[in-house]
Write a protein that binds this ligand. Sequence first.
Ligand code: NAD
Length: 418
Amino acid sequence: MTDDALGNMLAQMEAAEPYADVDEGVFERLKHPERTLKVSLPIERDDGSVEVYEGFRCQFDSARGPYKGGIRYHPGVSMDEVTALAGWMTWKTALVDLPYGGAKGGVVCDPTEMSRRERESLTRRYTEGIRRMIGPDVDVPAPDINTGQQEMAWLMDTYSMYGGYVIPDVVTGKPIEVGGTAGRVEATGRGVAITTRRMFEYLDRDLDGATVAVQGFGNVGSVTARLLSSMGADVVAVSDVSGGVHDPDGLDVMDIERYISENGVMAGYEDDAAADAIDNDHLLRLDVDALIPAAIENVITESVAEELRADLVVEAANGPTTVAADAVLRERDVPVLPDILANAGGVIVSYLEWVQNSQQYSWSLQEVNDDLELKLARGFDEMLDAYTARETPDLRTAAYVVALERVGKAHEIRGLFP
Ligand code: NAD
């Protein structure tokens, strides 16, 4: 058993294989990503020095459509990590039935130590590095950790400059002014909140007044916390990389968002709001109704799982639970709503953005949110059907059964080239 992201993703596939109807040869193919590109990215820093960053783009599978997946800027990025994340994208797009495959990209860097100009140079150089393998019908990037609308706009501009005309559908998560869609910024967090609510219904529990702890307060974590709070839950703890805050009576999520927009990080908010400071490790062990990891991989380790007191885990981040921790939680009967469903809202609305771009027509926020909810509900129901019909040990395995069969079927129908 391994706790690295790629080992984790492959172990999840292997665990689902006995329950899924997938041809043996096809399953063997699914374990191997189609290709991964590694690029060197020399950037002139503001002080005139040159630094060479390392970037990757992994295209995991394209049997069902163009590759799709975000771009991450983080010191912990590696080829194995982007491969795992590209695999998860493949299973996620299949589970919610989008006509996409899976991909992921990343650059090993700490963007918090870079100026805006340096981040723009890096993004443009990275785009140049991967531009021969991306494109509206080939591979469509999107935001992930430490990238957002601005990076997507730079990517779209760079790609369009090489093309000689505007090509908005090469990327999703763009600002609305250059072809983005209503609802994309909030989509992942909205999806987490919607699937959490569905999970409470399924467990026959009341979300109103339920206590929730959220680790990570970036794009996904902050929107999740805000929406769950608006649905009646008490968000009692939140954190980011700098630390966290805890108030058993519930936190004012909007006030924390205001504090972070003024100060950059959460550290110090406890003094501002008379809440208790809490570190990330303690947050994961709080006695709450739902724990929502929304930061990075592998935070719920075996020892955290043994001491975890939440009644439910909702994986807003990709791969937050190690394989060993998963086994402990299963044994302890703590349900885990898997990442490939819980955070699928982002790629669903990315898909809707891409469709709007190709039609050159814009939908209203209501239309986008309605379709998001519909697609998530379908994915949730199909996961539950597999859980019951195949008697899988947990929801993650059920979700993988749906995804593996869908991708496997596409491979079978297409055949093995040449
Ligand atoms: P983000 O960069 O906006 O926010 C990341 C947050 O995590 C920040 O608050 C950061 O301070 C915190 N963080 C980083 N390292 C941490 C650590 N070691 N301990 C505690 N907190 C830490 O990123 P995001 O887009 O919100 O992505 C968060 C997670 O959601 C990632 O796993 C990502 O892959 C996943 N995800 C994102 C999207 C999307 O649309 N952005 C879609 C699906 C899944």
